[in-house]
Design a protein around this ligand. Structure first.
Ligand SMILES: [Zn+2]
Length: 401
C-alpha cells in the first residue's frame, strides 16, 4: 500500500472526528462518558465496519473492532479529551490501530488484530484517569469510583446507569500483546528530529506538601542575622529539589505550588508551603529522591533556624513495559528507516494497565513544540502513518508473516 494512500485514509479518519466536540477557539472538549465521546465511538465503529472488522462493546463501554474472535494483538488508545484539548491525544492511537488493520487487509496479511477505543482515559471529568481500561483490567474497583462526581454533580454510578454500562465489568480476555501509539506530549522527539520514541516505561509521581515555619517579623526592624525567613529557606529548598531532579537518573523534580504567608511587602515571611512533584521511571529512584528531599529539609532547617515538615499527597508506582516488545518495535523502526530512540513516558496512558496482563509496548510520535492538552496540539499525519507502520512491521515479525 503506497504511503500517499495510507496518508489519505489517515486524513479521512481525522476529518471525520474533527467536528466532534469542536469549540469556537479551535479546540475540542470530549469528556469521558459524555454524549460527545459516544459520538466519537459511533464514528470509530462505522469506520471499523467499513474495514470489514466486527464490533464489540464491553460492559464498561469500551469499544473493540476485531478481525478474529480468538486471541489477538490489541492496539488501543482513547477518544475522550481534556477540557479545551486537542485532536491528537488518544485519537492518533485509535487511528493508528485502524491504519494497521487496513495495512494488513490490503496486503492480505493474516494478523489477529483487535483495535480498542477506551473510555474516559483523561481525569478531566471525574478526577480519575483510565476508567475504561482500568475497570476491565481489574486495576480499578468500580465501588471505589462509583461516587466520584463531575462538575455538574453527576456521579460515575449515575452516568454508567444512564448509559447502561456496568461498574463491575468482566475482565478483558484474549489479549496476546497490548500496543499503543500516542503523541509524545513533550518535545524530546521534535528537538532531536526523531519520528518515533519506543517507550520503556511510564513514570510515576511521589507528591509532597512541604511546610516551612519561620517567624513573621517587621522587615525594617529585624536585622539580617536575627531572621527566620520561611520564604528564603523555601527558595533554597526549591533549588535543592531542582538539583535532586537533575542528578537522579531517569527522573524529574518540580516545585509547582508555593503559598507564602503573610505575603505582604513589609513582613518577613513566617510560613511558606511548597508542593513537590518527584517523578521517575524506577521505584528505587523515587525512594532515593524522597530521602534526598528529607536530607535537604533537615540541612536547611538547621542552617536557617526554621521548622520544615512534609506531608505525603500521593504515591504512584512506575510501570515498566516489555523489553522484548521494545526491542522488536525498535528493530521494526530501523527496518523502515524511521529514526527512533528509547524513552520513558512522563504522562500516564491506557498502556499502563496492561504490563501485568500481557507483553506491552508503546510508540510515541512527535507533536509540534511538545504542546498537548491544549487546542494548539498538532501532529503530522505522515508521522501517525509511520508510527502505524512500525506497529504493523513489528506484528508481522511476531506472526512470522
Ligand atoms: Zn492520551
Amino acid at each position: 500500500m503506497s504511503n500517499s494512500t495510507l496518508e489519505q485514509y489517515c486524513s479521512h479518519l481525522f476529518e471525520l472526528f474533527q467536528p466532534v466536540g469542536a469549540l469556537e477557539n479551535g479546540g475540542v472538549t470530549r469528556l469521558g462518558y459524555s454524549d460527545v465521546e459516544d459520538e466519537m465511538h459511533r464514528i470509530f465503529q462505522s469506520e471499523a465496519r467499513a474495514l470489514g472488522l466486527s464490533i464489540q462493546v464491553d460492559e464498561a463501554g469500551n469499544c473493540f473492532a476485531s478481525n478474529t474472535e480468538g486471541d489477538a494483538y490489541l492496539i488501543g488508545s482513547h477518544l475522550d479529551s481534556v477540557v479545551e484539548g486537542g485532536r491528537y491525544d488518544g485519537v492518533a492511537g485509535v487511528i493508528a490501530g485502524l491504519l494497521t488493520a487496513r495495512l494488513a487487509r490490503e496486503e492480505g496479511v493474516k494478523l489477529p488484530l483487535r483495535i480498542a477505543a477506551w473510555r474516559c482515559e483523561e481525569s478531566s471529568r471525574f478526577g480519575c484517569a483510565t476508567i475504561g481500561s482500568g475497570l476491565v483490567t481489574g486495576h480499578l474497583n468500580g465501588a471505589d469510583i462509583a461516587g466520584l462526581k463531575d462538575k455538574e454533580g453527576r456521579s460515575v454510578q449515575e452516568v454508567f446507569q444512564a448509559k447502561g454500562f456496568s461498574l463491575h465489568p468482566a475482565r478483558i480476555q484474549h489479549v496476546k500483546q497490548y500496543l499503543e501509539l500516542h503523541i509524545e506530549q513533550g518535545k524530546v522527539l521534535e528537538s532531536k528530529q526523531l519520528t518515533a520514541g519506543i517507550v520503556t516505561g511510564i513514570v510515576a509521581p511521589h507528591r509532597w506538601m512541604v511546610r516551612i515555619e519561620g517567624m513573621a517579623e517587621h522587615s525594617g526592624a529585624t536585622p539580617m542575622d536575627l531572621r527566620e525567613d520561611a520564604l528564603a529557606a523555601a527558595s533554597e529548598l526549591i533549588l535543592a529539589i531542582e538539583d535532586i531532579g537533575r542528578r537522579e537518573e531517569d527522573s524529574v523534580a518540580t516545585v509547582g505550588i508555593i503559598h507564602n504567608e503573610p505575603n505582604v511587602m513589609n513582613v518577613i515571611p513566617g510560613v511558606t508551603e511548597i508542593g513537590v512533584d518527584l517523578r521517575s521511571l524506577k521505584q528505587e529512584h523515587l525512594e532515593h529522591m524522597d530521602e534526598l528531599l528529607e536530607e535537604a529539609m533537615k540541612r536547611i532547617s538547621e542552617e536557617r533556624h526554621v521548622t520544615i515538615t512534609r506531608t505525603l499527597r500521593s504515591k504512584g508506582t512506575p510501570v515498566q513495559l516489555d523489553k522484548t516488545v521494545e526491542d522488536g518495535l525498535m528493530a521494526a523502526a530501523e527496518k523502515l528507516g524511521i529514526p527512533a530512540q528509547y524513552m520513558p513516558s512522563g504522562a500516564g496512558h491506557d498502556a499502563m494497565e496492561f504490563p501485568d496482563l500481557c507483553p506491552t509496548g508503546m510508540v510515541f510520535i512527535p507533536c509540534e513544540k511538545g504542546i498537548s492538552h491544549n487546542r494548539l496540539e498538532k501532529a503530522s499525519l505522515a508521522d501517525v502513518c509511520k508510527g502505524a507502520e512500525v506497529l504493523y512491521t513489528y506484528l508481522k515479525g511476531e506472526e512470522k508473516c
